[in-house]
Design a binder for this molecule. Structure first.
Ligand code: GCB
Length: 599
């Protein structure tokens, strides 16, 4: 678990410099990099862009599919004016595990390819000189790691990733690397909770520094006017006649903390926050005490060339597509995204269900690869996996808790909840995570097709339900779709007749669709069939008032492992991989722009 995960900033006390650009890169199939002295750099490097996944740059298959150890290296200069500060390297995402060396000195290791970590390099760097950072990374998949999978060794000795999940195992330094200088005594975390009414909002805050409890705190509006001030490590900021953060109508205030030592400022951190509350009441999701019906998508960080790398340009386009189509929400399926995604969503008033990379927790999910007939939660890997799982839940919540856009936490995608052995696992997970978010946002996980009202043994845990359902595609497909609809209704009738009164959001449903394939009457894979399938689901959604959201799979087509179920990736996108609309996008836009917010 990281001590603090504040987003890097430059101000009077702090400096943030990105080390993105061209790095040295080398595969290490024999895992002999350290023995060969690569901790101080290596010969014959491949020049590799950062941030990027290395895979799709290569034109040969061995390199693209490479699984095992690989190295990155870059020289960087540390100016003398950083003297006296704590000097850090912050990695936005190193997939999936990394050991950091500076000038040959081992600094730290980290596991978890979708969350940031910071290496304190103060004692390892030479001031006023060039230094070198090297990383030994590894992208193997294991059952005791997130996301879960296997690593196979082929007869020719090459390793191969066998994910228990449906997205390509893109690897590398997928997000920015920052060189930071922060004061020795620094602010490393803060959090806020809210009370709002028509004419007043109160921000309860808490701020933490390495040493000292003396703080000055202020809140400014978008015009830069200070609207409230306070002092101390915890306190309240009261705003009269506030402009609330509303769904698709965001307003951001700036909260500023100053750390004082003997009355003098020694550090400062400012961030944008939104005044709003989130609550679940009966089967309603409430933002600022008003009901919200979610419409939006499951997504991936995925694009051509750079794979899973965060790309500000792709994200800008995705946000615009979501606004154009009338979406108000998405799930960060199946891992926490780059922080800048949340900053965009904060600004646009889009709600996020933030998901930890706990995916593949079902042996049947390996079915694309042959299927394994065992309960995932009975596995010998479970204790080790749990440690990593809760660690990443803690870091995700620590990193993202101050974003107004974050609506809820998804603690797992499609775990096997139909076996008794899942119950102790989720009892512990929900207990251990209950106090991590000061805002106490709702927590949930998605339930796959096999985990129904009848079969799941874990329905008591989520505050609301996320259902992933594929009638019309993985079963009851084509001309049988009417039976698919009947089955869906039969399941929903069971929820309706139960004494459970919680919201249900459909977090996945959809049909693979080849753009440009037209057929009258429709056939699976045609653009016409995708519309018919969504229309079938929408008819069902409109019949049940406890369904409080629809998030079809997926915003855009994305890359997966190759296989007989996938034609160059998953094609359930409403948009193509290059972010152009399929016919269904116009259908959805019509529906979503005409539904009231609280539908
Ligand atoms: C699911 C998974 C998602 C897959 C999707 C599909 O249930 O959560 O990762 O991509 O189904 O299209 O098969």
């Amino acid at each position: 678990m990281e001590k603090g995960l504040l987003y890097p900033v430059t101000n009077q006390f702090r400096q943030d410099q990105k080390l993105d650009g061209i790095w040295d890169f080398k595969f290490d199939p024999e895992a002999k990099g350290e023995a060969k002295g690569w901790t101080t750099g290596f010969d014959d490097p491949i020049k590799m862009p950062v941030p990027a996944s290395f895979n799709d740059f290569f034109t040969d298959k061995d390199s693209r599919e490479y699984t095992g150890d690989f190295w990155y290296a870059k020289k960087f200069f540390v100016p003398t004016y950083m003297d006296g500060k704590k000097i850090q390297l912050r990695f936005g995402a190193a997939t999936h595990r990394a050991t950091v060396y500076v000038n040959g000195q081992e600094i730290r290791s980290h596991e978890g390819g979708f969350l940031p970590f910071t290496a304190d390099i103060t004692d390892a760097v030479k001031l006023g000189e060039e230094n070198i950072v090297t990383l030994k990374m590894n992208n193997e998949l294991h059952r005791d790691a997130l996301p879960a999978g296997d690593t196979a060794t082929l007869k020719n000795g090459k390793k191969m990733a066998k994910p228990f999940f449906d997205f390509y195992n893109y690897s590398g330094l997928n997000r920015s690397v920052h060189l930071l200088a922060v004061p020795q005594n620094n602010i490393y975390d803060y959090s806020t909770t809210y009370e709002v009414s028509e004419d007043q909002a109160t921000v309860h805050y808490r701020v933490d520094a390495t040493d000292g409890k003396d703080f000055k705190v202020s809140l400014s509006d978008e015009d830069g006017n200070v609207v409230a001030t306070s002092e101390g490590q915890t306190g309240d900021l009261v705003v009269k006649n506030p402009t609330l953060w509303q769904v698709r109508d965001a307003y951001l205030y700036t909260i500023k903390f100053e750390l004082l030592d003997a009355g003098k400022a020694v550090d400062e951190y400012a961030d944008e926050i939104g005044l709003r509350t989130i609550e679940i009441k009966g089967h309603e999701i409430l933002v600022n005490h008003k009901s919200v019906y979610l419409r939006g998508f499951g997504r991936h960080e995925d694009s051509i060339y750079a794979g899973r790398a965060f790309d500000l340009n792709v994200e800008r386009r995705d946000m615009n597509l979501m606004k154009w189509i009338g979406a108000n929400s998405f799930r960060s399926s199946h891992y926490p995204y780059d922080e800048q995604v949340y900053k965009f969503a904060d600004r646009e008033g889009i709600l996020i269900t933030d998901e930890v990379p706990a995916v593949g927790f079902k042996m049947a999910a390996a079915s694309f690869l042959g299927g394994l007939n065992q309960s995932f939660f009975d596995g010998h890997w479970i204790d080790e996996l749990y440690k990593k799982h809760i660690d990443q839940v803690k870091d995700m919540i620590k990193r993202d808790k101050n974003h107004p856009s974050v609506l809820a936490w998804s603690l797992c995608n499609e775990p096997d909840t139909s076996t008794d052995s899942a119950v102790p696992y989720f009892t512990k997970l929900f207990n251990d995570s209950k106090d991590l978010d000061p805002e106490k946002r709702p927590r949930t996980f998605t339930l796959n097709e096999d985990d129904t009202f009848e079969t799941s043994k874990c329905l008591k845990f989520p505050d609301f339900y996320l259902l992933n359902r594929y009638p019309g595609w993985y079963h009851k497909w084509g001309y049988e779709i009417s039976d698919g609809e009947a089955g869906l209704r039969a399941e929903l009738d069971e929820w309706k007749n139960s004494d459970i009164d919680k919201p249900i959001v459909f977090s996945e449903y959809g049909a693979d669709t080849e753009p440009g394939l037209h057929k009258l009457p429709s056939i699976m894979w045609s653009e016409e069939y995708q519309i018919e399938l969504l229309d079938m689901f929408d008819r069902v959604f409109d019949s049940y008032d406890f369904i409080r959201g629809e998030q079809p799979w997926n915003l855009a087509d994305f890359q997966t492992v190759e296989g007989n179920m996938r034609v160059n990736g998953n094609k359930k996108g409403i948009f193509t991989r290059d972010r152009q609309p399929k016919a269904v996008a116009f259908y959805l836009k019509k529906r979503w722009t005409s539904l009231p917010l609280d539908y």
